[in-house]
Design a protein around this ligand. Sequence first.
Ligand code: GRF
Length: 236
Amino acid sequence: MTSRIAVFASGGGSNLQALLEYLARRGTAESRVVVVASDRPDAGALTRARQADIATELIRSPGAPEAPSALDVMRQHRADFIALAGFLRLLPKDLLAEYPSRVVNIHPALLPAFGGAGMYGDRVHRAVLQSGARVSGATVHYVDEEYDHGAILAQWPVPVLADDTVHSLSARVLKVEHVLYPRVVEAVASGRWRFGSRPRAVPEAASLALMHWDERRLVADIESAFGLAPTSSSRS
Ligand code: GRF
């Protein structure tokens, strides 16, 4: 089915850019971005949209009380799908009610860990590093009335390396986001991935990449990764 996508973004918009480039490369008119909306007039995402000749809108927020609501913007541009891309506000209930299973978000960690109110941008990666977690990743999920809370559509793991900084980790995760998000947005917006049907390809491939089928190799890898002395059972 054809889909008219609205992208909501508060920041630089690299995920918006990745989506635009992916849709342009696909070369079908099936799904296209018809408007980019922001709560911040200086959002880099708005500049990227203008450069791509896509309509932009400032939407209502405490800083712009006179601006149209998100719902007004959706109706005005006859948009039928919302992709959040670094949008920092919760969406109003009436908007979510109008677009059931038609609103998705990407989060730069493996939800449900490292998500929720206040967990955005560098804060997410700092929390991952401080926790000692050795795996992070990107999560695409449906959006509901809570931050980073709706059903998960796709995840892809990213290793956390010993000498990682917030910068190096966020760059590694962002690279995955730019591949994963456009593809999932397109699949959900076009109706190929539907609510309730469990999308398989991306999550299963990700799990398989992490899986060791050979138990000896698993034992050897864990022992060598963590500097653990081989035990008699692992040597057998
Ligand atoms: C991304 O890391 C995304 O996961 C999160 O906000 C960031 C937006 O980055 N929701 P950008 O504006 O798309 O560059």
